[in-house]
Design a protein around this ligand. Structure first.
Ligand code: MN
Length: 201
């Protein structure tokens, strides 16, 4: 069965960019609910419980139809949030191979940020914006609705931002662009670089 992972930092570690209350509710309520509902969906299918959540959402077509939507939403929610917590940390500058690759692909980190912000702010409704390594092995900015994961679409997530209102509403209300600007101050570029290096293997 799946469990809620512990955060590698305190709830107030990302203040003032992401507030402690939002982090606490996001982790203990929203993420916990995805974990609970994923476990519930798999109750009838003990064999599937042996898979990793990543494997479940990578091969949605083999998931029994009666739980496929639940696995897509809650398995995706579990995978996406587990990933999100890991790539957050205050005070890390862009660096390493990922910075070189971003500079090459997007003609500089500022252009990358503009394009990533554009994706995050124009996503209609709830979902995520991502920097992924696509199936051609190239960096690409993509959006996914709801809790759909890039993994399901044969892409490897390098960096991602949760733009569901629950991720920012307490501090930013309807001002998603301000939340996205703040997010750029709490990206753990060391972790993002690790994801990039692993994805390239
Ligand atoms: Mn969320």
């Amino acid at each position: 069965m799946f469990n809620l992972p512990k955060l590698p930092y305190a709830y107030d570690a990302l203040e003032p960019f992401i507030d402690a209350k939002t982090m606490e509710i996001h982790h203990t309520k929203h993420h916990q609910t995805y974990v609970d509902k994923l476990n519930k969906a798999l109750e009838k299918y003990p064999k599937l419980q042996k898979n990793s959540a990543e494997d479940l959402i990578k091969n949605l077509e083999v998931i029994p139809e009666d739980i496929r939507t639940a696995v897509r939403n809650h398995g995706g929610g579990h995978v996406n949030h587990s990933f999100f917590w890991q790539i957050l940390k205050k005070g890390i500058e862009p660096k390493g191979e990922i910075l070189k690759a971003i500079n090459k692909k997007f003609k500089g980190i500022d252009t990358f940020k503009e394009q990533f912000k554009d994706a995050a702010t124009t996503l209609f409704g709830s979902g995520w914006a991502w920097l992924v390594l696509n199936s051609k092995g190239e960096l690409e900015i993509v959006k996914t609705p709801n809790q759909d994961s890039p993994i399901t679409h044969n892409m490897i997530p390098i960096l991602g931002i949760d733009v569901w209102e629950h991720a920012y509403y307490l501090r930013y209300q309807n001002r998603r662009p301000e939340y996205v600007d703040a997010f750029f101050n709490v990206i753990n570029w060391e972790k993002v670089n690790e994801h990039f290096l692993n994805a390239k293997k």
